[in-house]
Design a protein around this ligand. Structure first.
Ligand code: HEM
Length: 446
């Protein structure tokens, strides 16, 4: 077996590489690819050792299919907010058991049962858009996602509690939005003080009080089994040993689902609309499909291509539990490794003309599993991937059925950071007008 050698990478101090990563992530990664090849090592503050970035599907497969690989570095920094029993932070058998319990809520019949709620929420939001005035779509997509999560996941029906949660959770998300916050978090990790900076304890305490009150009330509800929201389902579910989830465990999963599912999907929608509005033939073909009511094959391809060209999350790594071998790459156990999602998605050998928005490629020549990784992969692949794609189909179809949109700028949005995400810098600014002709509703959930 060949000896383990970390791939080469920039020799600048960690602080310089961290600042380049935080301020210009795409050009930083692309310059590393240009200089060192598909796999390279970088150094970021707070990571302890080097982080190996991969963009060869074969190496990504090796990383994701090894079931014993552990959590990525840095994820534990989220513990003060997510809570110790969050599915995002558990490892090994505990993680698998929790995933198994939660997975059915995000698939099949259960997922389809949320369609009406998603559609009505999107319709209500679209009705509030100004006519003719420029405005940013992103906050409106956020509002839809927040509402869907509050109702489908939390199942909050008490309107004053819903209002309170909307405000508190919005505040929590806004606090962590800036690049400055990320730098503080990495510095805090470097000095082992992550928890203190992750979120203000008072805000978290109030959020917990409201969530625990909702859980306590639900426990007393004799019709718990009839509710369709995910909280009620999780409350009724039992682990393999017959044990139910505690209030604290339930709270941790709720906050996790909100943080993992809310801004990611809103951002992906804002990007998809931005790309569509700047690619007239693609938009035209999509509208033809929607108006014809003949299926949603092209809509699915549009979403897949948008998640390829504008991956919302740039990294989804692991800490190696065992040595990794893939082709010429040999990495020792203990190394922190992540796919560079952007670089993987812009490989010209897999995606000819990689920077062009061309959904047709997903119809004629779909990529292999480890070449399209907007949701990560393996045992920790995004739990809400199908739910997010379904929600995107329903919301896009609703928006395009009800409004005619025009971009404010002739150029597509530039990439800016929001939390750990790649977001449209100006939130996808558009002008909207009411549509005269309406399309059939054709979204399917398989
Ligand atoms: C377009 C929208 C979304 C994107 C791009 C996205 C992306 C991701 C990525 C990259 C990961 C890490 C996967 C890995 O490490 O292999 C992840 C994990 C996760 N996501 Fe999503 N996500 C989205 C929407 C959602 C939604 C709607 C939910 C739920 C409401 C959700 C819940 C989760 C959870 C619970 C995890 C942790 C899984 C685990 O550690 O086992 N995500 N997501």
């Amino acid at each position: 077996m060949s000896e383990s050698v970390l791939p080469a990478g920039p020799s600048q101090p960690a602080i310089v590489q961290t600042l380049r990563w935080l301020s210009q992530p795409v050009s930083f990664m692309e310059s590393c690819r240009g200089r060192y090849g598909a796999n390279f090592s970088v150094r970021f503050l707070g990571f302890g050792g080097p982080l190996v970035m991969l963009s060869e599907p074969q190496a990504i497969r090796a990383l994701y299919t090894e079931r014993s690989n552990g959590l990525p570095p840095g994820r534990s920094l989220a513990q003060p907010v997510l809570g110790a029993s969050s599915v995002m932070l558990l490892e090994g058998d505990e993680h698998l058991a929790q995933r198994k319990l939660m997975l059915p809520s995000f698939h099949g019949e259960r997922m389809r049962s949320y369609e009406g709620l998603m559609r009505e929420t999107a319709e209500r939001e679209v009705q509030s858009w100004p006519s003719g005035e420029p405005f940013a779509l992103y906050p409106h997509m956020q509002a839809v996602m927040m509402e869907v999560i509050l109702r489908a996941v939390f199942g909050v029906s008490d309107s004053s509690r819903a209002q309170q949660l909307r405000k508190l959770l919005g505040e929590l998300l806004d606090r962590s939005a800036s690049g400055g916050w990320q730098l503080r978090l990495l510095l805090a990790s470097r000095f082992k003080r992550g928890g203190l900076l992750a979120a203000p304890p008072r805000l978290l305490r109030v959020i917990d009080e409201v969530l625990l009150a909702e859980i306590a009330e639900r426990r007393l509800d004799p019709r718990l089994a009839e509710h369709e929201d995910m909280l009620s389902l999780l409350m009724s579910a039992r682990m393999e040993d017959g044990v139910a989830m505690s209030d604290r465990e339930l709270r941790d999963q709720l906050v996790t689902l909100l943080l993992a599912g809310h801004e990611t999907t809103a951002t992906a929608l804002a990007w998809t609309l931005d790309l569509l509005l700047h690619n007239a033939p693609t938009l035209e073909r999509l509208l033809e499909e929607l108006e014809g009511g003949v299926g949603d094959e092209y809509l699915r391809a549009v979403i897949a291509e948008s998640l390829r060209l504008r991956p919302v999350l740039p990294l989804a790594g692991r800490r190696l539990a065992v040595d990794l071998h893939a082709g010429d790459l040999h990495l020792p156990a203990g190394t922190d490794v992540t796919p560079a999602i952007w670089l993987t998605h812009t490989r010209p050998d897999i995606y000819p003309e990689p920077y062009a928005f061309r959904p047709e490629r997903f119809l004629t020549d779909p990529p292999s599993t480890y070449a399209w990784i907007p949701f990560g992969g393996g045992l920790r692949r995004c739990l809400g991937a199908s739910f997010a794609e379904f929600e995107m189909r329903v919301v896009l179809e609703t928006v395009l059925r009800l409004r005619e949109l025009a971009p404010v700028s002739p150029e597509t949005e530039r990439i800016a950071r929001r939390n750990v995400m790649f977001s449209p810098r100006n939130g996808t600014r558009v002008r909207a007008s009411t549509k005269t002709k309406s399309a059939a509703k054709i979204v399917t959930a398989s």
